[in-house]
Design a protein around this ligand. Sequence first.
Ligand SMILES: NC(=O)c1ccc[n+]([C@@H]2O[C@H](COP(=O)([O-])OP(=O)(O)OC[C@H]3O[C@@H](n4cnc5c(N)ncnc54)[C@H](OP(=O)(O)O)[C@@H]3O)[C@@H](O)[C@H]2O)c1
Length: 324
Amino acid sequence: MTRLLDRALDRSVVLGYSKVGSALRRRWWPADPEPGALAGKRVLVTGATSGIGEAMARSFADLGASVHVLGRNGDKLAEVARQLRLDKPATEVVEEVCDVGDLDAVRGWAADFTGRVPALHGLVHNAGTMTEKREESPQGHELGLAVHVLGPHVMSELLHNPLAAAGGASVVWMSSGGMYSARLPADVDGYESRGVDKGGYNGVRAYARTKRMQVVIADAWARRLAAQDVRVESMHPGWVGTPGVATHLPTFNMITKPVLRDSEDGADTAVWLVATRPSSEPPHFWHDRAQRPVTMGRRGGPDPVDVRRFLLWVSETTSTPATW
Ligand SMILES: NC(=O)c1ccc[n+]([C@@H]2O[C@H](COP(=O)([O-])OP(=O)(O)OC[C@H]3O[C@@H](n4cnc5c(N)ncnc54)[C@H](OP(=O)(O)O)[C@@H]3O)[C@@H](O)[C@H]2O)c1
């Protein structure tokens, strides 16, 4: 009965993604992590200066973790860290300044991080962006592609040793329900959102494409790291009232405001995944503490040829090993 209701919520989208969905599912979803579940463990949250990432850092602190908060703006990050230390004096909070969309910055930061941190138990690729006009990263990639896919990919690659050394780590890619509207592109113009939208660049469509790419690459990373007991998942948080939504989707924010989840609710599944490490089947996509399909309706999953082409392109363009 609950399975049917759960599925009906998912298919309805509005009910499932809003705070109604989590309020109902809370009655039957798996148990919360034990208190202190992350004591003695280290987690890193990207995009921790706002919304879901900031809430996630607090929830990880509540479970006893040492929390590395990563942001691109040093002043904003210092303020978030100051508040977190004030509210959770027992928590070790470490500030990590890095622009995830700048691959050189990620490489420089990762070299420093791996010199300081021998073992990392949780990594959440949460940083996210949406732009009205097509913008490019310092390396000339479409900005959403750089922030959501290429930066996190390079970070996963370079943090491989501390993740493997944890003896049971989890990596979570924060995707979006918006990815259901997008297919995995079949070529580089699609990845880079160049000339693929009729009438010019469409920020919402470009965002959805990169969020689809996150689900695909997370599944590939899950295979790649399984032998080191590093679990890799992707998820969507539902509709969450955050500064990001208010800024980038003002009309959506205005219409859905009464039913938007709060940031803690949006962070819940990522925190639960890292703290409980549930067993997980490919393609490892989650929402509200349950695995979900990666396509809706009769649309099939991505073509394996497109998946392979995409993964090889990511490796080539980031100069990382193509060991898929
Ligand atoms: N809210 C929702 O309903 C919703 C739904 C589906 C998916 N999501 C996903 O959830 C994640 C968090 O979103 P949110 O709603 O909490 O948005 P938000 O309030 O805008 O927070 C986004 C965070 O990402 C950071 N960020 C952006 N670009 C970055 C970069 N280049 N390097 C480092 N950090 C960067 C931002 O830093 P600054 O503070 O410096 O801007 C901020 O901390 C995103 O991946 C988003 O796609 C959200």
